[in-house]
Design a protein around this ligand. Sequence first.
Ligand SMILES: C[S@@+](CC[C@H](N)C(=O)[O-])C[C@H]1O[C@@H](n2cnc3c(N)ncnc32)[C@H](O)[C@@H]1O
Length: 269
Amino acid sequence: MPNATFSMKQLGNDMKIEVNRNGFLVDRVWSDAEVSAMQAEMNSWKSFRYHNVVITDAAGKTVKSGGTNDPHVVLPGLDHFGFPQDLKGKTVLDVGCNSGFYSMVAKLRGASRVMGVDVSSLYTDQASWLRDVLGFSKEEMSFQAMDGAALEAMQEQFDVVINLGVIYHIENPMSYLRSVASVTRGMMLLESEMLLDPAVSEYAWFIEKEYGCDPTNWWIYGPKCLEGMARAAGFSRVQFNGFLWRPEPGTKTPDGFQRQGRGVFSCWK
Ligand SMILES: C[S@@+](CC[C@H](N)C(=O)[O-])C[C@H]1O[C@@H](n2cnc3c(N)ncnc32)[C@H](O)[C@@H]1O
């Protein structure tokens, strides 16, 4: 089902938005000038882009940011492994939100309010821009540049926390997890690069230099290891939902390491 619809919302401004395997689809026809302006904005993100944000209007005109990660392709897998389908009336925090794709999905699934934080203001600026393009208000969706290890300062708790693709980038993961736990009222969806070998499930691999040519990769966790860490950080029940992605056997990173998998947990306070 290549065009299956995952989320849809009738916005107050009459723009209907859908997320499917191709990205965002809006029911408005944008002018050529509007499309050029949107594409120019995305081009200005230059090398600072991770999400490939794709938006198509009702006439089939598409703009895309060209990031390396297609979150609209990842979403069905996350859905299978616990991304909440119904967020009606819930407050949601998206930690490491990048350009805000999952924040938008949370809103489209009924969240009353979404906040996205990212350590990089370049990414939160992208997310704020995307919010404005899709017609969400600042009251219902806000983005703030901040370190996920410093969330206590917000003095607010959220019903649902989305914590995807961040923890292996964190040098001091327990401080980070405690910080995220302190602002979680209900549940946290946690996704990470994970060790695949069941023999090392209770261990973590410290990356001294680079893995995948990315010096911000610090740790890769076995499922039992990260499960215990989440419990120790303040979640009373932690469930490993499984591997979202596994490489072909024998796949190496460009720097020559065995490529590991991606796993997802549901963690309840
Ligand atoms: C691999 S991307 C994942 C983006 C998005 N959550 C997803 O799953 O598609 C990692 C994101 O985490 C952000 N990040 C890294 N360290 C962080 C920290 N200490 N606090 C908040 N965000 C952080 C990065 O800037 C980047 O946007």
